[in-house]
Design a protein around this ligand. Structure first.
Ligand code: RFL
Ligand code: PHB
Length: 398
């Protein structure tokens, strides 16, 4: 037997994109049901992004979930770039006329959104199996799933594909209707989370002859570190001791000496890729966040891009229901893609500048160092980095 439900927007995926969309739609009086393949605990167990742009902070406030972020998040007004054994600060605030970023983990953003959704009594189906989308080339699309052995159908006006890179939504689009642009980088990031005080009060992005390293954090007592590693490396090969020893070798003398080490509480390897889908809309199906694009994490743009897609999508659906206008819906893909390509460019450029590429020689290291030297000594060079890092305004270039 099939149970049928009806809603205005069916959101596939309860990651940050799906949950934020659900919250913004709720605020605007638009109905939505979220269908998620995993359990809430599994979703919260994924350790990912750490840096929020002003635009994302504003959206979390608009969604009514910014309170804990403002209380517990760490405002950063700059970060360090390390090369040739020396650290140089990029003064984000000074270079951008007062903008800054917030260090607040994706896990916490997700938890805040989940709690708000639950408190408002909004429907989320977790552990939905065999999620499938249907008839999205028509105005009567639907989503089906199996829960506790029973098949359910959700009929809706729109489907929001917020189901990440490996989701079902993008995969359901006929090959001839979609163009995918992809670059896979020949290395990954080995990440460690530990309950140790951060080595520095701001982030350190390190270009070292041994490869890239990043010193990040989640709080004054919890650190997040990354090392560039070959794609063939396995997490099990990296003991905590080996990780800390390698990290020290990639840092400057002062940071290496003051690094506090401890047991890892999470350790994983993430591949790096640049990926963009064009378009991001197919009839009644709208892709948002990692379902539509992936950026390498250098520059911390992934979650922030997801948030701005969602803002455009929430505005589009709200205009449709409240103003009877299709303008936002029709412009959604173009509007997102301009921003997506700009962030993809920055993330690709920053990745290329900071990593060791297999097959490259000493000359490439020297050229990277020369570019870094230029960037930190040229005000326009530094400003360009800062402007992209803090993120472009929501309506940039419109
Ligand atoms: P998510 O988080 O992947 O969530 C998608 C959800 O959809 C569910 N799903 C399905 N549900 C139903 N049916 C199906 N068939 C489904 N298939 C999948 C999944 O279970 C999941 O719950 O995508 P979303 O919401 O678009 O969010 C995107 C962000 O997660 C991502 O962009 C960031 O994490 C990227 N990222 C960073 N972004 C930043 O802005 N700043 C950072 O500092 C930053 N650091 C990072 C990162 C990503 C990393 N990794 C591991 C890729 C650091 C790392 C290491
Ligand atoms: C993180 O804290 O996970 C993080 C921070 C900055 C990045 C990427 C990841 O560029």
């Amino acid at each position: 037997m099939t149970t049928t439900h009806r809603t205005q927007v069916c959101i596939v995926g309860a990651g940050p994109s799906g949950l934020l969309l659900g919250q913004l739609l709720h605020k605007a009086g638009v109905e939505a049901i979220i269908v998620e393949r995993q359990s809430p605990e599994y979703v919260l167990g994924r350790i990912r992004a750490g840096v929020l742009e002003q635009v994302t902070m504003d959206l979390l406030d608009e969604a009514g979930v910014g309170q804990r972020m403002h209380a517990e998040g760490l405002v950063h007004t700059g970060f360090d770039m390390l090369f040739k054994g020396q650290r140089h600060r990029i003064d984000l605030k000074g270079l951008t006329g007062g903008k800054q970023v917030m260090v607040y983990g994706q896990t916490e953003v997700t938890r805040d959104l989940m709690n708000a959704r639950q408190a408002a009594g909004l429907p989320t189906v977790y552990e939905a199996e065999d999620v499938a989308i249907h008839n999205f080339d028509s105005a009567q699309p639907s989503v089906t799933y199996v829960k506790d052995g029973q098949t359910h159908t959700i009929s809706c006006d729109f489907i929001a594909g917020c189901d990440g890179f490996h989701g079902v939504c993008r995969a359901s689009v006929p090959k001839g209707a979609i163009t995918e642009f992809e670059k896979v980088y020949p290395f990954g990031w080995l990440g460690v989370l530990s309950d140790t005080p951060p080595v520095h009060h701001e982030l350190i992005y390190a270009n070292s002859p041994r490869g890239f390293a990043l010193c990040s954090q989640r709080s004054h007592t919890r650190s997040r570190y990354y090392l560039q590693v070959p794609l063939t490396d396995k997490v099990e090969q990296w003991s905590d001791d080996a990780f800390w020893a390698e990290l020290r070798l990639r840092l400057d003398r002062e940071a290496a000496a003051s690094l506090v080490t401890g047991a890892s509480i999470e350790k994983s390897i993430a591949p790096l890729r640049s990926f963009v889908t064009e378009p991001m809309r197919f009839g009644s199906l709208f892709l948002a966040g990692d379902a539509a694009h992936i950026v390498p994490p250098t520059g911390a743009k992934g979650l922030n891009l997801a948030a701005t897609d969602v803002k455009y999508l929430a505005s589009a659906f709200t205009e449709f229901y409240k103003e009877r206008s299709r303008a936002g819906v029709d412009h959604y893909s173009d509007r997102c893609l301009r921003r997506v390509w700009r962030a993809s460019r920055f993330s690709w450029w920053f990745t290329s500048l900071m990593h060791r590429f297999p097959g490259n020689g000493e000359i490439d290291q020297k050229l990277q160092e020369a570019e870094l030297d230029y960037l930190i000594h040229s005000e326009s060079g530094s400003r360009s980095v800062a402007e992209n890092y803090v993120g472009l305004p929501l309506n940039f270039g419109e």
